[in-house]
Design a protein around this ligand. Structure first.
Ligand SMILES: [Zn+2]
Length: 225
């Protein structure tokens, strides 16, 4: 018997529920996926514990290739030294798995975006966080210099703008640009409202976000089911 630390008990209890329910239902699927994966979609999302792509898109194992980091950011293409985790995942998804679409999904109340706003206010956070969220600085500065956006709306506006920035950065990767030009790849932006459990989709032309309807045949009220 393994002697689990107290902090691990919830994880182990969750694993046992997974084995008793979801794994039992999906045993054949896991078996088929043992040696291969062919996800059609790559999702780039925030590491935030409240915005889980697999849950939001009700996806089964094998359907989504997911990268999560602080604020769901994609850095621009660069060949300098260093450990390029997002770039490696992107390269794998596009050149090896040949995903058909990439979705960048931001979310409400994003701590990474709050850190970007704090940096603009000369309050940089962390040894690694502040430099990382600089990826969103162009989008942030566009919001801060827009007199029509009230300060109470800055956070959400930068969350939206950062998705656009990441999409722009995606197309700086030669293999992404090539796949886009061949028509083998689509890119989209999304944003998830945690408080409302609502997905918003980005208009590629205007960069504005609209709420996605939940489908006429689904009971959205949650009553009695
Ligand atoms: Zn976040």
């Amino acid at each position: 018997m393994i002697d689990f630390a107290d902090d691990a008990q919830d994880l182990i209890a969750g694993y046992r529920r997974f084995r008793a329910r979801r794994y039992r239902e999906a045993r054949d699927l896991f078996h088929r996926l043992r040696d291969t994966q062919t996800p059609a979609t790559m999702i780039i999302a925030c590491a935030d514990s409240r915005a889980d792509p697999a849950m939001i898109f009700d996806a089964a194992p094998g359907e989504l290739f997911v990268v999560r980091n602080v604020a769901a950011l994609v850095p621009p293409y660069e060949e300098s030294g260093g450990f390029h985790g997002v770039s490696a995942a992107l390269e794998f998804a596009v050149t090896q798995l040949r995903v058909k679409q990439i979705v960048v999904m931001g979310h409400g109340g994003c701590g990474g975006i709050a850190a970007s706003l704090a940096a603009a206010d000369h309050r940089p956070i962390g040894r690694f966080i502040a430099p990382w969220v600089e990826i969103a600085s162009e989008a942030r500065d566009a919001v801060l210099s827009d007199a029509t956006i009230a300060s109470k709306d800055w956070q959400e506006a930068v969350e939206h703008g950062a998705v656009g920035q990441s999409l722009k950065n995606l197309s700086t990767f030669p293999f992404v640009r090539g796949a886009l030009e061949r028509g083998d790849l689509n890119m989209d932006g999304a944003w998830f409202s945690i408080g409302r459990g609502e997905l918003h989709w980005r208009d590629p032309e205007s960069g504005s976000f609209s709420v996605v309807d939940t489908g006429a045949d689904l009971n959205d009220s949650g009553d009695g089911i």
